[in-house]
Structures are given as C-alpha cells and as structure tokens.
Design a protein around this ligand. Structure first.
Ligand code: SF4
Ligand code: SF4
Length: 496
C-alpha cells in the first residue's frame, strides 16, 4: 500500500479544517502524443493554446445551454461546499464544488460576459494563464463527476458537466489525461478497455465454462458472437478477469441459462464502459457507442442488456438514444436497453429462477448506490427503480440485508472515490481520501449491524473499493457483485 496519511473513520464525517492547496500537487499522468493522436487531439500543448482554449470554451457554452446556465447562475449560497467527498476527505477548499466550478467560471466571465471584460474584479473574472490551465488539470481531475453536489444546489448546477467541459478544453489544447485517453485508444483499436483481443476473450470465457461445470456439474455457456441470439450482453471488460467482477459475470450467465434466454457477448463490442463521457467528448462517445449498434445489428439480436457498470448504464440509458438511436430494430417489447438487474428482477418476479437464499446465509449485506446509476438513470419502469430494483434482487437472494445511513444512499449516495476517470494509481492519494465518507457509513453498519459484505453494480466501484478498503482496515473481500449473490443462490437445472 502507498504511504498515505489515511483519514480516521469516525462516527460521522465532520466538515474538515481548511487546508488551502493541500491537493494542488496532485496531477494525473499526462497522455503521450501517441495517446492523444489516437483520439485526434494535439499531442502536446499547442503554441496558441490560449486562443484555442478560449475559442473551445465559447463553442461549448454556445452548444450547451445547460453549461451556460451553470456558469452564469451560481449565487455563492454555499449549500454545496461540504457535499463533495474529495473536499470532506482532503480539506482542500479548491475541492468544494463551487470553487471547482469557479476555476472555469472565472475564465468564462472574463472572455464571454460584458461585466467580466470591463470590470473583472467585480465578478471574479480571471485571465486564462498557464497557472490557471495547470489548476484546471489538477482540480478537474479531482472531480469524479458524481453529481452529488448538484442534488444540494438550489439551482441544480451540475459540477460534473463543468468538469467534463474543462477536460474537453484541455484535450483540445493538447493536455490530455493518460489513463482515460490510453484506454479509449485501446477500445478503438482492440474493442475493450483492457486491450483483450478476441482469442484471449474466447479463451477466458471458455475457462469460465469449465469452472462453472466443475463447481455445479451443469453446462452453463458464455457464448461469443452468436448470430440470432435473443440478447446481446454489453458488460465491462473487468467482468472478464477482475475480482469480484467475474463472479457477477458468472451470475448473469446462470440467470440467462436458467431462464432459457439465448444470449451472446460480442467480440466487436466487448466493453460496456465509455470513458469518452469522462473526458467530455461527444464525438468520442459516439464512436465508442457505435460499436454496440453495429454489433447488435450484425448479431441480429432482439434485446440489449447492460451488465454491472455505473457510467455505462448512464451512457446506455441517457445517451444511446441520441448517439446511436433509434434502436428500432430491437423487439418492440424491449425497445430500449435493459439493465441486468431489471432483467433478473423480472425473472424472479415471474418465478423463472429457482433460488436458495440459504446460499448467502453467511453474509449480512449492504448495498452501495453507484453515482451514475443513482443520479443519472432509472431502472425498470417505476420511478426510483434505480434504487429499488437492485435492493429487491439482493433481498430475493439474501436473507440478511441492511441499508447504510439514509443520508449516504439513494440520490445522496457518496462516490466510491474512483469514478469519473480517476481510477488510476497516480491518483491513489485522492482515491483513498475521497473514499472516506462512503467507508465511514460502511464502517458504521459493520460495527452496529454486523455487515460482512457490500454489494455494488459498478465495475469502477468494485475495483476502487477492493483497492482502498485495506487502507481503512477493512477487508477487500467484502465487496461483491450483486450478481455474485444471485449466481450463488440460483439452483441450476431445477426449473419450475
Ligand atoms: S460532481 Fe462529485 S466529485 Fe465533482 S465536485 Fe460535485 S460532489 Fe465533488
Ligand atoms: S449550491 Fe449551487 S448556487 Fe450555491 S454555491 Fe454551490 S453551485 Fe453555487
């Protein structure tokens, strides 16, 4: 583990003492010219970066009324100041959402408002300097775009959108982030974030088929590129190799097997994640999403189901319609993408899965609402389904379930600390400190309710928690996939 001053878990998360500049040293590795070129961005800081950045900012506010409103309408009420996990974990006032927004707002006011041009001191307008550009790079990569602050802002100002715009401008002047841009290059070249080529993918899922056969005696298939399958499963590539993700993939396969639903993975679209959202690039988002439409058409599927990945579900739910729609070739009964949890919940409700809850009797489970699912999507056909559907699935397979503090779940959920393109070891200090509020609430139910496991439906959350839990003295194994719980409880071969 890295040598980091880890915050102490207390009974509640106090508003921290202010430590100005405490996180100003932290910057993720920059993308190389090769990473940048693969996405069509300049390889290094362009000579006329100031003009390019100001022009791009103007284009972005002209193209998004929401962004302009966010930059225009903050009244400095302060309601958001103590709502960001990165501020709570670091005490750096630049990690207050309003201060983070002001880094871009000041420049917007200076160049795009009358009063900012002529009376800059009156409205906090600032010149765009290299120092400002550096602070953008640092602090817009200390925002996981979780949108928690927007829930508390009386104007609904969404710092995530401001952060995406800033990162988009940074890419346009040649200062990209290595982690996101390298991954996007792999998706374009190979098809997934891992850079897992088709033979390796096939090899991996064949190994899973053998593992499940050995454990259960049942032939559960993990099909790839099956033309005419009913369902195309789009899932994060972490599901193919990482723990506890892979147990979730086994759970999906058992669900489809037991329900008699033919399904397939796609070697062409072997990735649900769409990191282009994190860097704010619509063009890249469209390009990554297009693989899904192409794969669905090539495989002639009737439904698209998305596995456990928070931001991927947001992209599918909120953006596919405009990016790659209309998806009018799908079965009219399933005209939009479905989340694997709503599929499983529906099957459980109509008795299509035989379950033995006692398989999870050794666990007391809580559930972490992932930010993008909680604050940017729905699930199923009822309001609040994004909160109730996963819990309903867990309760169907697990007798012992408790929620964490209501102030930290649902639409007020705290980020895991690694979302928004920050799940990289060069930001481990931020990830550990930013996990504080969530782990505080988790620790409370561990101590008071004897919780042993925390289930999640996001690949990033699972990886982040597995990494940071030990820093707080909690076991990494306590993070589980929701569909691991389901998979363990399914009684295979005993259809009603
Ligand atoms: S979007 Fe999330 S990470 Fe970003 S400032 Fe708001 S609360 Fe913090
Ligand atoms: S809550 Fe909204 S209006 Fe108030 S300071 Fe924060 S961003 Fe500005």
């Amino acid at each position: 583990m890295s040598d980091i001053e880890v915050p102490v878990l207390q009974d509640y998360v106090p508003t921290p003492e202010l430590h100005p500049g405490a996180m100003s040293h932290l910057k993720p590795f920059k993308a190389t010219p090769e990473h940048q070129a693969a996405l069509g961005f300049p390889g290094t800081l362009v000579d006329d970066w100031k003009e390019v950045a100001i022009r791009r900012l103007g284009e972005l506010v002209d193209g998004s009324r929401a962004l302009r409103v966010y930059l225009d309408s903050c009244v400095k009420c302060g309601a958001c100041t103590d709502k960001c996990h990165y501020f709570l974990g670091t005490g750096d006032p630049r990690n207050m959402p309003v201060a983070r927004q002001d880094l871009l707002r000041g420049v917007y006011r200076r160049y795009y408002t009358w009063v900012g041009r002529y009376l800059p001191w009156l409205v906090g307008a600032t010149d765009l300097t290299e120092e400002v550009l550096n602070s953008w790079y640092s602090y817009y990569h200390q925002c996981s775009q979780c949108r928690r602050c927007s829930v508390f802002c009386p104007f609904g100002i969404d710092t995530a959108e401001v952060s995406m715009a800033a990162r988009e401008i940074l890419d346009s002047v040649g200062v990209g982030q290595k982690y996101c841009n390298e991954i996007l290059g792999k998706v374009h070249k190979i098809g997934n974030n891992l850079g897992l080529p088709e033979p390796a993918l096939r090899n991996t899922v064949e190994g899973l088929e053998e593992d499940v056969k050995e454990a259960t005696g049942v032939d559960v298939r993990f099909p790839v590129d099956v033309v005419g399958a009913e369902v195309l499963l789009i899932t994060p590539s972490a599901d193919f190799f990482a723990e506890p993700h892979i147990d979730g993939l086994i759970g999906y396969a058992k669900v489809f097997h037991q329900a008699g639903i033919s399904w397939t993975l796609s070697s062409q679209a072997s990735e649900a994640a769409n990191f282009a959202m994190f860097i704010g690039s619509r063009e890249q988002m469209q390009k990554v999403a297009q693989r899904v439409r192409d794969a669905a058409l090539a495989l002639k599927v009737k439904r698209i189901v998305v596995g456990e990945c928070g931001h991927a579900w947001r992209v599918a739910y909120a953006f596919w319609g405009t990016l790659i729609g209309p998806l009018d070739f799908l079965d009219p009964r399933y005209p939009r993408p479905q989340h694997i949890c709503e599929v499983t919940e529906g099957l459980i409700a109509r008795g299509a899965l035989k379950l033995d809850m006692s398989a999870n009797d050794d666990k007391v489970v809580t559930f972490h609402d992932s930010c993008n699912v909680a604050r940017a999507t729905r699930m199923g056909d009822r309001p609040g389904g994004q909160f109730t559907v996963p819990r309903s699935v867990i309760r169907s397979v697990c007798a012992h379930y408790v929620d964490m503090d209501p102030a930290t779940i649902g639409d007020r959920t705290f980020c895991c600390g690694g979302g928004g393109g920050l799940l990289t070891d060069d930001l481990i200090e931020l990830r550990v400190k930013g996990a504080l509020p969530r782990l505080q609430a988790l620790n409370a139910v561990v101590e008071d309710k004897k919780v042993t496991h925390m289930a999640a439906i996001c690949a990033i959350c699972k990886t982040q928690f597995s990494k940071v839990l030990p820093y707080y003295g909690l076991p990494r194994e306590m993070v589980v996939s929701v569909h691991q719980l389901v998979g363990d409880a399914i009684v295979l071969g005993a259809k009603e």
